[in-house]
Design a protein around this ligand. Structure first.
Ligand SMILES: C[S@@+](CC[C@H](N)C(=O)[O-])C[C@H]1O[C@@H](n2cnc3c(N)ncnc32)[C@H](O)[C@@H]1O
Length: 204
């Protein structure tokens, strides 16, 4: 009798965990509505999902995104932050894109989880104090290495530094080799999409 009761209680609690919230429904509706329609160098849906899953799996709460554009990846990161109780700082240099991103995040119901900055990331990344436990680097590729060097001391142990568009040597300046051979990181390449997401965990 007692074990039946435990099973019933477990089933109820699992069901309540899996139940999407009002915010989940709003974000999912937003993502479905815009799927395949992003046209400002935005990540594909699949790559947004990779970022979301990484944050949820590791319970990250302090994210930095370099290269907001109109906010597709930001929506995924912010959605994950809404689950972990965290926030993402995101940087964009283009005013029109920055403003559109703010509108998109509001439409998705995620404004509270985002600090969107209109700035040159070359300067702001150096200035932000951190610490961060999750980073998504997706702005100008010829600066990828410098962004990594600037963020490295502000990334927490077991934190994760992700970089977009690194497949097929797309990121110049020996970036791929630099990161994959960095002694303080364990790095893998997720090729779910053609662009590729480089995932580097800080181990020391
Ligand atoms: C590939 S797009 C980002 C896409 C975005 N992560 C998404 O999935 O929606 C790169 C963005 O970085 C911005 N960018 C380029 N150089 C920058 C810089 N120095 N500082 C800030 N943003 C920059 C570009 O204006 C562009 O919108």
């Amino acid at each position: 009798m007692k074990s039946v009761l435990i099973i019933v209680l477990l089933a109820i609690s699992i069901k309540s965990i899996a139940q999407p919230t009002e915010l989940d429904n709003k974000v999912q509706a937003f993502l479905n509505k815009h799927k395949g329609k992003w046209h400002d160098l935005n990540v594909p849906y699949e790559d947004g999902k990779i970022l979301y899953d990484l944050i949820i799996k590791n319970h990250y709460t302090s994210a930095l995104e370099i290269g907001t554009s109109t906010g597709h990846s930001t929506v995924w990161i912010a959605w994950a932050m809404s689950k972990t109780g965290g926030k993402v700082v995101t940087i964009e240099i283009d005013k029109r894109r920055h403003e559109e991103a703010i509108e998109n995040l509001a439409e998705a119901g995620l404004s509270n989880y985002v600090d969107a900055r209109l700035a040159n990331a070359h300067e702001l990344v150096k200035e932000l104090p951190g610490p961060f436990d999750f980073v998504f680097s997706d702005a100008d590729k010829d600066w990828y290495k410098q962004y990594f060097l600037d963020v490295h001391p502000k990334l927490k142990l077991n934190g994760c530094y992700t970089t977009h568009n690194v497949a097929d040597g797309l990121a110049g300046d020996g970036y791929y080799k630099f990161v994959t051979s960095h002694p303080d990181y364990t790095t893998t390449l997720d090729r779910t999409s053609r662009a590729g997401v480089l995932i580097s965990y800080k181990k020391k």
